[in-house]
Design a protein around this ligand. Sequence first.
Ligand code: IYR
Length: 223
Amino acid sequence: MKFRTIALPKQPHTTPEQTIERAREFYLQMNQRRTVRDFSKRPVPGSTIKWAISAAGTAPSGANKQPWTFVAVSNPKIKKQIRIAAEKEEKNFYAGKAGKQWLKDLAHLGTDEHKPFLETAPWLIVVFQQNYGINEDTGERSKHYYIQESVGLASGLLIAALHKAGLSTLTHTPSPMGFLRDLLKRPKSERAVMIVVAGFADENAQVPDISRKPLDQISVFIE
Ligand code: IYR
């Protein structure tokens, strides 16, 4: 294939000082994000979700294969089905399948097998990774690369976009989540990675009293 380039879209000139201020502002905004489990029933327009997914779709990916599908569900019947199936899995998980150590590590988050947010939150965005691509015309398979990394990057952007829009999210990972592919009628090439539960936080929402590691514990500078 021919290697074709276009000019990088021009961005306004930025001084080094401005980069500090903007990076700081973004950090301050992102540091307000908390994973929320108490959602309000207040509706959220589908357009908000579409813009957020569009932002997620700008993520870099292996060989630009964009190996992701986002299934956004607001249909109450489907949400209920997802809740029932997820709670069934979670019941086994919390009843012992997780193992003692895992349950101990989760204790400070106060989670259990009850997942009412899967019905109260207006949107469930189910993130699927595409293990390979399928050509729409020929049905031929194409290889995908760095799939988990790519989908992780896109999911991070999705959560940041939803936070910036004023919404709260919960990255929920029922385990196992094979039921999502069947329920949402996705092809065999796809595997559900997480449910991004999205909506306005309930006005009385409570979150665990936990903190983030300071910069000096998460970074090393070699200058
Ligand atoms: N999937 C379970 C358990 C769970 C696992 C981890 I790792 C978490 O950070 C939080 C919960 C659940 O959603 O309750």
